[in-house]
Design a protein around this ligand. Structure first.
Ligand code: ZN
Length: 231
């Protein structure tokens, strides 16, 4: 933790424990690149699995294994360590929340501060009206390091996600960014090399997943072709 640095929290629509737990899930996903799949629980509605010295969070579990601590109720979905407070929910956050103990006023801030370290950065993918939008934060401790990039028809998200950091930035410089923004991003890349690293790691992961996906498609198509030949 870095007590001398201020963390800029996103604005929240309602100040409730559930809202905070969903936002906490979002921040953990930004930190860990977990996708936080939502479904009926809404975006970030199920929580995610994460633990540090301040808190532990665990998604609602459906596994029904005998020795599962979450299915048999031994462990809560959220445990705030400083006050020993436990919160459990049914399937998604906010549904039948069961709170054991109380939370101090600063619990949310303390949790957020415990997640982020000096060499972190985050990338968020979202939709802005009709276009995909990528928001990059080169350092969670400085709101001036946030840069947003709109994707266009020629560079859809599934293509952008395959790129290394140089291709990523050079492409957007050419197309979209004005001179001052260009210089700002160049400076940020030098000052916070973690962003280049993160982009490359995400691209590597995505490309590997796509290879597996294509390999599976090839197998399915070959099976189908062989069946047809036999008939
Ligand atoms: Zn389970």
């Amino acid at each position: 933790m870095f007590p001398d640095l201020t963390i800029f929290l996103p604005e929240r629509s309602e100040d409730s424990i559930s809202e905070s737990l969903r936002e906490l899930t979002r921040q953990i996903c930004l930190k860990t690149d977990d996708d936080g799949s939502g479904g009926l629980g809404g975006e970030y509605g199920y929580g995610c699995n994460f633990e540090n010295s301040v808190f532990a969070m665990h998604r609602y579990c459906w596994c029904e294994e005998d020795d599962c601590k979450w299915c048999n109720g031994e462990e809560p979905n959220f445990y705030y360590k400083p006050s020993g407070t436990c919160i459990s929910w049914y399937k998604y956050i906010g549904r039948d929340n069961d709170i054991d103990g109380s939370l101090p006023d600063d619990w949310f801030k303390t949790c957020i501060e415990s997640i982020w370290g000096k060499n972190d950065c985050w990338i968020e993918f979202s939709k802005d009206d009709e276009y995909d939008l990528i928001t990059l934060c080169f350092s969670p401790f400085d709101k001036d390091t946030i840069v947003s990039i709109h994707l266009n028809y020629f560079n859809p998200l599934y293509v952008v996600k395959t790129w290394d950091a140089d291709t990523f930035f050079i492409t957007f410089f050419d197309e979209d960014m004005n001179e001052s923004e260009y210089k700002k991003v160049e400076k940020l890349r030098k000052k916070y090399p973690q962003m280049d690293k993160k982009i490359s790691e995400m691209a590597l992961k995505y490309n590997k997943e796509m290879i597996e996906w294509h390999q599976k498609r090839i197998e399915i198509i070959e099976d189908y072709k062989n069946d047809k030949t036999r008939n």
